[in-house]
Design a protein around this ligand. Sequence first.
Ligand code: ATP
Ligand code: MG
Length: 139
Amino acid sequence: MTERTLSIIKPDATRRNLEGKILAKIQDAGLKVVAMKRVRWTKYQAEKFYEVHRERPFYQDLVAFMTSGPIVLMVLEGENAIARYREVMGATNPEEAAEGTIRAEFAENIEANSVHGSDSPENAAKEIAMCFDGAEIVG
Ligand code: ATP
Ligand code: MG
């Protein structure tokens, strides 16, 4: 099934000029970039995006981290894009991420872990709508 998923290159990665290396791993996995933009989130935008984690102890730190610098938002498209991109990203904690994954190679720690990827079709649709106008997505 062709799916779309939201990808974010996080501030730890833009700070180290890793956008190109991360993009290469995404494209080498056969995922197609159908939308892309560089933004810097306000506190309000980050709080809204990570609302599901509001009760978690790391929520305020995560919001501070995600607003600490520019991020790159992308919509990726492909067969089983949601699960496939999560495989390319690797586990949340880079110490547990499989070899060759983005997080194994680039993440600094469990918070500054270089990338985000949607975790379900429902969340992908919500996150894409939060970040892009329909006209900004060109398949
Ligand atoms: P993402 O949603 O960013 O793709 P994920 O689905 O692997 O990552 P989640 O459990 O959804 O992980 O957590 C969202 C983000 O919150 C993580 O990517 C990470 O930046 C941060 N985070 C998760 N767990 C922790 C933790 N224990 N301590 C600090 N930050 C954390
Ligand atoms: Mg998640």
